[in-house]
Design a protein around this ligand. Structure first.
Ligand code: ZN
Ligand code: ZN
Ligand code: ZN
Length: 372
């Protein structure tokens, strides 16, 4: 498995492909702000994102240019992608937006990173009044959605680390401890297995599991509880996101039945994954299994979301998303059933699309594990 750093060549290929996609979409180019987009195109992560503008311009018919505050130039220069772009710096007291006007098509339509600051976009609109801007997600939603094989390898490594953390948590005792305590221990296991950042460790026990937005609380887990564990973060820069539902002591027939419906829905959606099938169809497949079992009104969220440099990004597996699946896309499949005031069940794996179907990047057992 390749874990070597991305090279200047890798970033150049991404920038060229993005410029091509922008041209196809009728755009003058792409304006990239600090955050996952800038990391994707250059490997550059400014240590602090401030009111001083940093902006990479990927024009469809000009060489890439990155504008940086002069005091941050020494940080930007060593980034492997920066070696392939012209750096233009600006100093306090300059008007960076006026300087940017000379680098932009005065009547161009640009896609802008979702995370761009409003003050920067408004500054551009003021200094280039004939230009037009759209959010990246609105005009180029699939910009980072199709992963290269090196990226899939990183996501697989993150998935394997999350799997190892899950195996560890199965060995601890649940009954008599707070959700917060168990969550902290799970976060520790994720770090032990190589996560540099833990974004969430949801522990939803008993009735708390029926609220998909629940994170964790001081509720003490008891024998008889169903417990949703949904956890993830970043490992070598790429995301993990896994859910398993465990039970403290023996489960009731009803709990087993609900669990089985979710497991079949997750499996059916996974088996439906192949190139050309729409995102919406994967959602429908999961929803059909749950609906047929009579629990349709208790599956209250989309079936999944893309994952990469962030833990939530396009494509979204949701009704109305007609984007066909493409080999290299990576996303969660995470159906659930939430019975208000009682308990919830969710099962989530990260799946990548291959030429002949889906491949799971999480491989721990999907049965209802009994913990103590
Ligand atoms: Zn129970
Ligand atoms: Zn999750
Ligand atoms: Zn998820």
């Amino acid at each position: 498995m390749s874990t070597s750093a991305f090279s200047t060549k890798d970033y150049v290929r991404r920038m060229e492909r993005a410029a091509g996609q922008a041209a196809e979409a009728g755009l003058a180019g792409i304006l990239v702000s600090p955050g996952p987009d800038l990391t994707y195109f250059t490997g550059y992560r400014p240590t602090a994102v401030t009111e001083r503008i940093t902006l990479l311009i990927l024009d469809t018919d000009r060489e890439p240019v990155m504008m940086v505050p002069v005091l941050e130039r020494p940080d930007a220069e060593p980034a492997p992608g920066a070696a392939a772009v012209s750096l233009v710096d600006w100093a306090d007291g300059d008007d960076p937006y006026a300087a940017l006007a000379s680098l932009l098509d005065p009547v161009g339509h640009y896609a802008v990173s979702d995370s761009a600051w409003a003050m920067h976009l408004l500054g551009l609109q003021r200094s280039v009044p004939g230009s037009r801007y759209s959010a990246m997600t609105d005009v180029l939603p699939m910009l980072r959605a199709v992963k290269e094989s090196d990226e899939v390898d990183r996501l697989a490594a993150a998935g394997a680390a999350a799997d190892a953390a899950y195996r560890d948590i199965l060995g601890v005792s649940f009954a008599g401890r707070s959700e917060r305590d168990i969550g902290a221990q799970l976060a520790g296991f994720l770090r032990e297995h190589g996560h540099s950042q833990v974004d969430f460790t949801i522990v939803g026990s008993g009735p708390n599991g029926a609220n998909p937005h629940h994170e964790m609380s001081d509720r003490i887990v008891r024998n008889g509880d169903t417990v949703i564990l949904d956890f993830g973060g970043l490992c070598a820069g790429y995301g993990s996101d896994t859910t398993r539902t465990v039970h403290v002591g023996p489960a009731t027939d009803e709990e087993r039945q609900v669990f089985d419906v979710v497991r079949r829905a997750q499996q059916a959606a996974f088996e439906a994954v192949r190139p050309g099938v729409t995102c919406q169809e994967i959602d429908r497949v999961a929803r059909r299994v749950i609906g047929d079992a009579g629990y349709g009104r208790y599956f209250i969220h989309r079936t999944g979301h893309g994952i990469g440099l962030t833990t939530h990004e396009p494509p979204y597996l949701v009704e109305g998303e007609l984007q066909p699946l493409v080999p290299g896309m990576c996303f969660s499949i995470e159906p659930g059933i939430y019975l208000p005031g009682r308990f919830g069940v969710r099962i989530e794996d990260i799946v990548t699309v291959t030429e002949d179907g889906g491949r799971r990047l999480n491989n721990t057992a999907r049965d209802m594990h009994v913990v103590s």
